[in-house]
Write a protein that binds this ligand. Structure first.
Ligand SMILES: CCCCCCCCCCCCCCCC(=O)SCCNC(=O)CCNC(=O)[C@H](O)C(C)(C)COP(=O)(O)OP(=O)(O)OC[C@H]1O[C@@H](n2cnc3c(N)ncnc32)[C@H](O)[C@@H]1OP(=O)(O)O
Length: 210
């Protein structure tokens, strides 16, 4: 397999995406595998492994690494992070979010940080919260953009502990557009509790910056 479309079957569902690659639909073996990988990482992070289990897992992972090596593709044909409609669009570095409402310039979603994103004391790692905001703010910033908009800055305020293993609400909305500049605000809440908020500037790329 050297092309992104081959596992899902290339065809009408494929189109160019903002990142210059291809979108796959979420209902694919790849999307299911990424969900499993996310769950796996949470289990690895939550477990206290004995040596035998760690060795067995290491051997299994080595075998999988070897199996994947000949499938390495150029960026435009990779699948990771390019699965349309799958929670987290098929990546695992930021926690998956489930969109409830998506407009041209706003997004409301649910998200749960698992053990993989633990900082300490059952609170999500600050970097994981920032990663989530980059994803969440980046969507409305890019929704109506002609070309991809990149993050110029992302300012995160950590207002309260962000709990893991709890369903949280996350929102982002464009507050201002000035030429290529899109200013976006975001909030992460656990019920009434504001855990974090963010402001980001996203700049639509010029043709030569694509
Ligand atoms: C449900 C599933 C669906 C899936 C659907 C997915 C859709 C898909 C969405 C993906 C969502 C992910 C979103 C992740 C997005 C990244 O994480 S991108 C990665 C991180 N960011 C980067 O790598 C960016 C690196 N920086 C750069 O490339 C360049 O600095 C930039 C941002 C392109 C800007 O450079 P430039 O075009 O040369 O801009 P420049 O002319 O210097 O400045 C333009 C204006 O912006 C201002 N400006 C520039 N930088 C700054 C700054 N840092 N602070 C303040 N002002 C600034 C300038 O002052 C200037 O202002 P004006 O004078 O026009 O008023």
């Amino acid at each position: 397999m050297t092309e992104a479309g081959s596992a899902a079957g290339p065809g009408a569902d494929e189109e160019r995406d903002l990142l210059g690659g291809r979108w796959l639909t979420g209902d694919t073996p790849y999307g299911a595998m990424i969900d499993r990988l996310r769950d796996f990482l949470d289990h690895v992070a939550a477990a206290k492994l004995d040596d035998a289990t760690a060795q067995a897992l290491d051997a299994d992972l080595a075998a999988w690494t070897q199996r994947l090596t000949p499938m390495v593709a150029d960026e435009a044909h990779r699948m990771f992070g390019r699965v349309r409609d799958a929670p987290g669009h098929g990546q695992v570095f930021a926690p998956a979010f489930i969109p409830d409402q998506m407009g041209d310039d706003s997004l409301h979603a649910r998200v749960t940080f698992g053990a993989f994103h633990l900082g300490a004391n059952y609170a999500a790692h600050g970097g994981a919260v920032a990663l989530l905001f980059d994803e969440i703010l980046g969507l409305p910033a890019n929704m109506s953009a002609q070309r991809m908009a990149r993050t110029a800055y992302l300012h995160v305020n950590y207002r309260a502990i962000t709990p893991i293993d709890k369903e949280l609400q996350v929102s982002a909305w464009v507050t201002k557009v000035e030429g290529r500049k899109r200013f976006v605000r975001g909030e992460l809440r656990y019920g009434d509790l504001l855990c974090a908020d963010a402001e980001g500037l996203f700049i639509e790329l010029l043709p030569h910056q694509q």
